[in-house]
Ligand binder design. Structure first.
Ligand SMILES: Cc1cc2nc3c(=O)[nH]c(=O)nc-3n(C[C@H](O)[C@H](O)[C@H](O)COP(=O)(O)O)c2cc1C
Length: 184
């Protein structure tokens, strides 16, 4: 792979939910994406990544637990109703958690490592022709999502990633030029 090929892949990744809703995402492919994510740097080798693939009926259950938590949190009814069916929009949803560390610093570093891994995962998904969409876990829903996914108590839900086979390209949002301070 040339540097240009890599730059092209990085720029090709878009947050998109324009997918073929009827075409399944193979579990083996999602497993490969998760394995690649774990090649990201990870201080003290704590292996903080936690993954759960939500598909089929599980997507409705994910929507239910999130909507119920949002209701408890006091979100407006229309937002709650929307959340119930939200995860049916793509054939697969990958929940990525970050394990709690043995100190606040390690917990923060774990989250950094997990975010780095998520980007690797998104790039690999792009290379396969999958569309991906990194969504946050709604306020108040972290613990119920972690529990549904079988993650340990204290796990931070870092990403809820919608996945599906891309049907359209999405125009990239403009990027500012990176401000690079030179210290010499
Ligand atoms: C930590 C994190 C959380 C995000 N959560 C959401 C979200 O909840 N809803 C959403 O629409 N996009 C979310 N995004 C995606 C961004 O909105 C998206 O990356 C941004 O608009 C730039 O578009 P691009 O990814 O196509 O370059 C999130 C991204 C990150 C890194």
């Amino acid at each position: 792979m040339t540097p240009d090929d890599f730059a092209q892949l990085v720029r090709a990744r878009r947050t998109s939910m324009l997918v073929d809703r009827d075409r399944a995402v193979p579990r083996a492919l999602v497993q490969d994406l998760c394995d690649l994510a774990q090649w990201a740097p990870n201080h003290k080798r704590t292996w903080p990544w936690r993954f759960a693939l939500v598909e089929g009926e599980g997507r409705a259950r994910l929507g239910e637990v999130i909507a119920d938590a949002m209701e408890l949190h006091g979100d407006p009814p229309e937002k709650v109703t929307k959340a119930r069916g939200k995860y049916l929009r793509t054939p697969a949803t990958l929940v990525v958690g970050s394990a709690e560390g043995d100190s606040p610093l390690r917990t923060a570093e774990n989250r950094d490592a997990v975010a780095a891994g998520v980007q690797t995962l998104l790039l690999a998904a792009t290379a396969h022709g999958l569309a991906s969409y990194w969504g946050s876990c709604p306020k108040g829903a972290n613990d119920v999502v972690a529990e549904l996914c079988g993650f340990e108590a204290g796990t931070h839900v870092a990403a809820i990633i919608y996945l599906g086979w891309a049907t359209e390209q999405v125009a990239p949002p403009e990027r500012p030029t990176a401000a690079l301070h030179i210290v010499d």
